[in-house]
Design a protein around this ligand. Sequence first.
Ligand SMILES: Nc1ncnc2c1ncn2[C@@H]1O[C@H](COP(=O)(O)OP(=O)(O)OP(=O)(O)O)[C@@H](O)[C@H]1O
Length: 331
Amino acid sequence: MSFNLVVLNMPCRVRKVEIEMSTLFETEEMALVVICGQPCSGKSTAAACLAEALKQTEPEPSVRTIDETSFHLSRNQSYANMTEEKNLRGVLRSEVDRSLSKDSIVIVDSLNSIKGYRYELWCLARAAGIRYCVVHCDVDEQSCKTWNIERRERGEPSYDDTIFEDLVRRFERPDSKNRWDSPLFELWPAKEGLDKSSAAMVDAVTYLTKKVDSKTRDVKILQPTIATQTARGSEANSLYEMDRATQEITNAIVEAQSRALGGPLNCVSLGPGIPTIDISRSVSLPELRRLRRTFIKLAGQTSLSGPPLPSDADSAKRMFVDYLNRELGSG
Ligand SMILES: Nc1ncnc2c1ncn2[C@@H]1O[C@H](COP(=O)(O)OP(=O)(O)OP(=O)(O)O)[C@@H](O)[C@H]1O
């Protein structure tokens, strides 16, 4: 999908632009569906149910489910500690990012329990200019616990009790008031079972497959921002800006840490217009350097199929601080 087509200005090319844009609005069937819920709350069952219901629509869309098992990752290993969990989220996010460039409905079947992570997935959908929704399996803790134990008793993979409890405690419920949790389709597998003819499931399928009216565009398709539409001619400049900006932030953190005598940096300002840094522990310079490298690499990879690199220093700084807060913060 090309959004930089708008830069063409010769009359004979303008028509091509119109045709491609109208195709985009009328036949768009790409979507990102984020399934979320407590551990063992019926998410995979819901994802399978949704995929099956979607495949029964005309014309049959291509549906792809991305989950932990696609990467042969076991639950207990993936959620053993914060580092493993962050790795898992990174792997799933990269796979989603790669998959969104294809013509299909992508379902992410994972806990997706962190608000900030759902926001990142929403950003990927927005950069791709596709529709997006969240499906929440709303199940009470006791039922999840019982299902997990039953699964274990049947000899199927299940969560260890401590990991289960920890995941339950840290779950951040979706809220349809947030852009990244909207539209929100609520399923209640414990109360109502999981059925593709349930009202919420039918609503989700309708939303995902409804043809878009090119004039009224009555189904919400996320629009890439001006930044994501910018032609990517200045990639080298952006990389330079990114390198410089992240170096400045790294230096500012080292300095702030030395002022804080190695203590945590809670809500420390790194400059006007930059989010405050909120790091719960002391971070060594090698670790900061490693995070900086990873951030630049991730941003570069994302820019190949998603949003372009930020072109100004302040945007790069904001993105890097957000990234550090997510990687090093307490949440
Ligand atoms: N509506 C339901 N009624 C009874 N049991 C259910 C229901 N939905 C799911 N289960 C049981 O819960 C277990 C977990 O289901 P499922 O794999 O769909 O959950 P999940 O949220 O994807 O789990 P995980 O967090 O491990 O990915 C299964 O053993 C299944 O039998």
